[in-house]
Ligand binder design. Structure first.
Ligand code: B30
Ligand code: ZN
Length: 269
């Protein structure tokens, strides 16, 4: 009970709604993207317009292990997205990952029931609300971009982050973090960003606010098996002072939620 939740056991996803009522809502995330049921809208769902994503930030990436994911804070608030039917300008706040203990699971969203070994979320807030905390509870407050990973070639760009996992292997204390040199965000994303799915949903963790316009891209990001193994084996949910058994964060994904009366849109047939 209280302000605490996990992915497994008696405080797992089936019980989140008891302490966080929004988690029991009817517009929850993630979902299974069923391609048979998509509504294609190529006019409205034009390509997103990315600004500042191709530049190196003059501020550092703020690396953090919050006990349920590896999160990278974006300090300088210079990256923005607009267009693509978003209806507003959204500012990048942070990105983070959900991954599995084995290749067959880890992503939060799935496509026709198929999961991927990892999913990255780039979290943006609506510029008109000024900052993340003012946006997180608003219906049009957040835009999250989701990317699936597939096992493949070694990814040198993500290695720049993985190289610092030793600094964040244990849960970082609040207000504690580890600064690393920033990477142009475009290098962390797939080359083709024109094909995507769109729906309205929620944060995939408590408090599960239904404030997210979700964009999930078709093209995957390649990463080597040995790089995924670093996520699985070197990042722990425990405090350094815990002592005893350290638990890795793998399988930090929420099961897919019911679609109820929502529609899934796509930018392509
Ligand atoms: S997600 O992209 O839908 N997975 C939050 C942002 C994005 C997603 C999920 C949650 C979020 O900001 N949650 C509230 C903030 N957190 C603090 C934190 O940064 O780490 C509070 C919390 O969850 O209790 Cu953990
Ligand atoms: Zn997420």
């Amino acid at each position: 009970a209280g302000n605490f939740w996990t992915y497994k056991g008696s405080l797992g996803a089936d019980h989140w709604h008891l302490d966080y009522p929004h988690c029991g809502g009817i517009r929850q995330s993630p979902i299974d993207l069923q391609t048979r049921d998509v509504v294609v809208d190529q006019t409205y769902l034009s390509p997103l317009v990315f600004s500042g994503y191709d530049r190196v930030s003059n501020l550092f990436f703020r690396l953090e292990n919050n006990g349920h994911t590896v999160q990278v804070g974006l300090n300088d608030k210079t990256m923005e997205i607009t267009g693509g039917g978003l209806g507003a300008t959204f500012v990048a706040e942070q990105f983070h990952f959900h991954w599995g203990a084995v290749d067959e699971r880890g992503s939060e969203h799935s496509v026709n029931g198929r999961h991927f070994p990892m999913e990255m979320h780039i979290v943006h807030y609506n510029k008109k609300y000024g900052n993340f905390s003012s946006s997180v509870g608003k219906l049009d407050g957040l835009a999250v971009l989701g990317f699936f990973f597939e096992i493949g070639r070694f990814n040198e760009h993500f290695q720049e982050i993985i190289d610092h996992f030793g600094e964040i292997q244990f849960k970082t204390q609040s207000d504690q973090h580890f600064d690393i040199n920033s990477i142009p965000m475009i290098d962390l994303m797939p080359a083709r960003l024109t094909n995507y799915y769109r729906y309205h949903g929620s944060l995939t963790t408590p408090p599960c606010f239904e404030s997210v316009t979700w964009t999930i891209f078709n093209e995957t990001i390649e990463i080597a098996e040995e790089q995924l193994v670093e996520f699985r084996t070197t990042i722990f949910e425990n405090d350094k002072s815990d002592g005893g058994v350290f638990m890795d964060i793998s399988d930090d994904y929420r099961p897919v939620q019911c679609m109820f009366r929502r529609r899934l849109y796509a930018s392509h047939p």
